[in-house]
Design a protein around this ligand. Structure first.
Ligand code: GSH
Length: 300
C-alpha cells in the first residue's frame, strides 16, 4: 500500500527527522523546481493522473504546495462524498489508496489517523492553526472543507443548521441503514430474511423522506441549492439504487440523483480508483474476514 510511516508521522505532527531533512537536499530542491515549472505550464491534473500520484511523488508534492490535501481513500459511498466536494472545489488533492479489502485500514500508520480504521481521512497540511490537521468521519470532513472554502455550505445561521440537519440525517440514518441493506442483500454469507426485510424497508422509508423533502424544498435537501448535504447522500443512493428500479417509486430522488450524477465534478470524483472496486461476488474469503469476520473484530 502507499502509506509511508514517516509521511504519516509528519502529517499528524509526530515528525520523523529523516523526513524533515529531505527538503534541504539539492536533488529534492532541483526536483521541486522542475515540478514547479511543469505545474506552471500545466496546473490542472485529471482525476486519473491524481490517482496515480502516490508514494514519492505524493510526498514531493506535499512539500511544494501547502494547499494540497491528502485524502485517504477507497471508492465507496463514504469516500465519494469527499472526492465529490474536492472536485467541486477544484482543490488540489492526493487520493491515497487504502485498500480496505486487503486490510490496509488496520495498519499502525493508518490507525494513527483513524482509530476507527475506516476511510475517508483527510489531512490538511495547512490546518486551522497553520499546522497539519487530520480528520476522520466523512460528515466532519465535508463540513470542515465546506467551511474552509466557504462553498456548498450556507451564508446564514438558519441555512447552516439546515445543512447540518441533513448531513446528520445522512450520517445517522442513510449511511447506517443503506449500508445494512446492502450488506444483507449483497454480501451476507447466509440468507437472513428478517434482516433483509428490516433494512430494505428502512432504506425505502428514508428514500421516501428524501423524496418528500426534495419535492418541497426546491430539488435540494437542505437550502434550495447544492450543498454538502446532497453530496453526503448521493453516493449511498448511487450504491443502493444501482438497480434503477429501486429508485423509481421516488421521482424527486431520481431527478436529484440524475442532476448530481451529470455534474462533471461528480463524474471525475467517482472515477477516482473506480477500477479497484470489487463486486460482492468478487470478494474472496480473506476480504470477507477483513470486512465482516475475525480480522474486522480483532481488538486494536
Ligand atoms: N461513519 C464513517 C463510516 C466510514 C466507513 O464505514 N468506511 C468504510 C468504507 S465505506 C470502511 O473504511 N470500512 C473499513 C472497515 O470497516 O474496516 C464515515 O462516515 O466516515
Amino acid at each position: 500500500m502507499s502509506l509511508d510511516l514517516a509521511v504519516v508521522a509528519r502529517q499528524i505532527g509526530a515528525a520523523d527527522t529523516g523526513v524533515l531533512a529531505l527538503e534541504a537536499r539539492p536533488a529534492v530542491q532541483r526536483g521541486l523546481a522542475e515540478k514547479q515549472e511543469q505545474r506552471q505550464k500545466k496546473p490542472e491534473f485529471t482525476a486519473e493522473q491524481r490517482s496515480t500520484m502516490v508514494g514519492d511523488k505524493q510526498f514531493e508534492r506535499r512539500w511544494e504546495n501547502k494547499s494540497m490535501y491528502d485524502l485517504y481513500y477507497w471508492p465507496t459511498p463514504n469516500g465519494w462524498k469527499i472526492s465529490m466536494l474536492l472536485e467541486e472545489l477544484e482543490a488540489p488533492y492526493n487520493p491515497i489508496s487504502v485498500n480496505i479489502l486487503k486490510g490496509e485500514q488496520f495498519s499502525p500508520e493508518f490507525l494513527k489517523l483513524n482509530p476507527n480504521h475506516k476511510i475517508p481521512v483527510l489531512v490538511d497540511p495547512d490546518g486551522p492553526d497553520g499546522k497539519p490537521f487530520s480528520l476522520f468521519e466523512s460528515g466532519a470532513i465535508l463540513l470542515y472543507l465546506a467551511e474552509k472554502h466557504g462553498r456548498f455550505f450556507a451564508e446564514t445561521k438558519r441555512d447552516k443548521y439546515e445543512v447540518l440537519t441533513w448531513v446528520m440525517f445522512q450520517m445517522g440514518n442513510v449511511g447506517p441503514f443503506f449500508g445494512q441493506a446492502n450488506h444483507f442483500n449483497r454480501y451476507a454469507p447466509e440468507d437472513v430474511p428478517y434482516a433483509k426485510e428490516r433494512y430494505t424497508n428502512e432504506a425505502n422509508r428514508l428514500l421516501g423522506v428524501m423524496d418528500k423533502r426534495l419535492t418541497s424544498a426546491g430539488g435540494w435537501l437542505a437550502t434550495g441549492q447544492y450543498t454538502v448535504a446532497d453530496m453526503a447522500c448521493f453516493g449511498w443512493v448511487r450504491d443502493y439504487g444501482k438497480d434503477r428500479e429501486t429508485l423509481e417509486p421516488f421521482p424527486a430522488v431520481c431527478a436529484w440523483f440524475d442532476t448530481i450524477a451529470a455534474r462533471p465534478a461528480t463524474e471525475r470524483a467517482v472515477a477516482v480508483m473506480a477500477s479497484d472496486r470489487k463486486a460482492p461476488t468478487e470478494m474472496d474469503d480473506e476480504a470477507r474476514s477483513i470486512m465482516f469476520g475475525d480480522k474486522q473484530y480483532t481488538r486494536r
